[in-house]
Write a protein that binds this ligand. Structure first.
Ligand SMILES: Nc1ncnc2c1ncn2[C@@H]1O[C@H](COP(=O)(O)OP(=O)(O)OP(=O)(O)O)[C@@H](O)[C@H]1O
Ligand SMILES: [Mg+2]
Length: 347
């Protein structure tokens, strides 16, 4: 570990739609973006948030690191979807030294896996509604997913510095760029292809998060079904429509209908959160993710949830060479999680 001088970490976010990588340096409390690269994820290499074709993904990651000349040291990768379970629990106040042992018992009740199948991390929250109790936020990550990431790093000859959860990375990128108050209750959305990360921040801590299984892919599937075409044709039509090109009216109608379905899914989670906590509402909400490119989705999010677009580069110094300026602009909606993975190591 480097104690003095600048630190550099690489955030690698392997999604089902594309693989994003950033190289970030921290110098005198400021973060700087040194390098950035994005490549498409090989087709059919993902299912339910898990890599099912490791070989092709490994080849693409190697290509990504070579093409954009990214450092292979200090790499941090993400886990999300079904591989991660989180839960806020309330238990009687106890000595913090006894907590890890107690949490094993608690986790058995709340986590649908055997204890030896998961790695558990936790945070004792600053506030709890009952003064005799303590609220703890537990995150359990499937060991199988952790092992897969380690194998992937070995195959790609990357030096793995850490594995973090996408929702936590989203929280970290937000903290690195925005100032807010302890009393603010903030919602963060990251709309991916298969999943939408939904994170609630209170007292500057994560108090709730869920990976909702909807995203850009849901739109493609709706178009595929409505028009009776292949998935690839449907994805191409979705992107054409989103770029303002002319497409059959049925495509536009399907996208508009899919907005309603998308919001219904989000609303279910919001209602669940509000019903299971004493929370009334939110002070602000921010959204990011490639799914925002889908025609009309950002406007729908603004109207329904009064979101602002999260800018993951807001406070970052951009050190990338002139040529990559347009890359940085194009990456605005894609880079949040990868940046959060890197800055999370340098807090
Ligand atoms: N120009 C575009 N027009 C319309 N949709 C787009 C465009 N670019 C990307 N998308 C859509 O954005 C969605 C999400 O992209 P993103 O790269 O953020 O997902 P991901 O992180 O790979 O997915 P996940 O995290 O769910 O595995 C995809 O469904 C993709 O089709
Ligand atoms: Mg993603």
């Amino acid at each position: 570990m480097q104690l003095f001088g600048p630190k550099t970490y690489v955030g690698l976010d392997i999604g089902s739609n594309c693989i994003k990588v950033v190289q970030i340096t921290k110098k005198k409390k400021k973060y700087a973006l040194d390098k950035i690269g994005i490549l498409q994820t090989p087709e059919n290499s993902f299912a339910n948030g898990e890599v099912i074709n490791m070989e092709e993904v490994v080849e693409q990651i190697k290509k990504l690191f070579d093409k954009f000349r990214i450092n292979k040291k200090n790499v941090v990768v993400s886990m999300f979807g079904a591989q991660v379970i989180s839960k806020r629990i309330v238990i009687p106040k106890m000595d913090l030294k006894l907590l890890p042992e107690q949490l094993k018992w608690e986790a058995e009740q709340y986590i649908p896996y055997e204890l030896d199948e998961v790695n558990i991390d936790y945070n004792v929250l600053k506030k709890c509604e009952d003064p005799e109790s303590m609220a703890v936020f537990i995150v359990a990550a499937l060991r199988e997913g952790i092992t897969k990431n380690i194998e992937m790093a070995q195959e790609t000859k990357l030096n793995l510095a850490g594995i973090d959860v996408s929702s936590v990375a989203l929280f970290n990128v937000f903290n690195a760029n925005y100032d807010y108050n302890d009393s603010d209750r903030i919602v963060l959305f990251s709309i991916g292809a298969e999943f939408t990360q939904f994170v609630v921040v209170e007292n500057k801590e994560i108090v709730f998060c869920r990976d909702i299984p909807v995203g850009g892919r849901s739109y493609t599937q709706e178009i595929e079904n409505a028009l009776g075409i292949s998935y690839e044709e449907a994805e191409a039509l979705k992107i054409s429509a989103s770029n303002g090109e002319e497409v059959p009216e049925e495509v536009m109608n399907t996208i508009n209908m899919a907005h309603e379905f998308f919001c219904e899914e989000i609303n279910t989670t919001i209602e669940y959160y509000l019903n299971t906590t004493e929370s009334s509402g939110f002070s602000a909400s921010y959204v990011t993710g490639g799914g925002l490119k889908v025609f009309g989705l950002y406007e729908k999010m603004v109207k329904t949830y009064r979101v602002k677009r999260l800018d993951p580069f807001l406070k970052l110094n951009i050190n990338t060479s002139g040529k990559s300026e347009s890359m940085v602009n194009n990456a605005l909606d894609f880079a949040a999680v990868s940046i959060g993975l890197a800055v999370g190591m340098m807090k």
